[in-house]
Design a protein around this ligand. Structure first.
Ligand SMILES: [Fe+2]
Length: 116
């Protein structure tokens, strides 16, 4: 994870706190089985792959995280819209756009460099 992505993630946590405020709920950390599984897969890739395959595998593992985040934030923001929570819809859309941008950066990196 780059420092830029880390800063973005910290900003997303603050944005999520605002989302929780819109529904009057105090946020609490919760274990995510899906992310744990994706990270477990990444550890396996890093342990088995070497050289250029390691770089391509690591990038693909990062993209799997982004794809999962896109799926979840996409659903959450649509549910916010359906429930009439426009502030949450806007906030979650901001995060979704960031996740899509991160995914696009990884795709560009793969296509223009790593996969070559
Ligand atoms: Fe992300």
């Amino acid at each position: 994870m780059s420092l830029e992505h880390l800063a973005e993630t910290k900003g997303q946590i603050k944005t999520l706190e605002k989302v929780f405020k819109t529904i009057g709920v105090k946020p609490a950390g919760e274990k995510c089985d899906a992310t744990d599984g994706i990270l477990k897969e990444a550890v396996g890739i890093l342990a088995e792959a070497q050289g250029v395959a390691l770089e391509a595998g690591a990038l693909a593992a990062c993209q799997a995280v982004e794809h999962y985040e896109i799926a979840r934030y996409g659903s959450l923001r649509e549910w916010a819209k359906v429930l009439g929570n426009e502030p949450a819809h806007v906030l979650l859309s901001e995060i979704l756009d960031q996740e899509k941008a991160a995914n696009n950066k990884l795709t560009n990196l793969a296509v223009t460099s790593i996969n070559k």
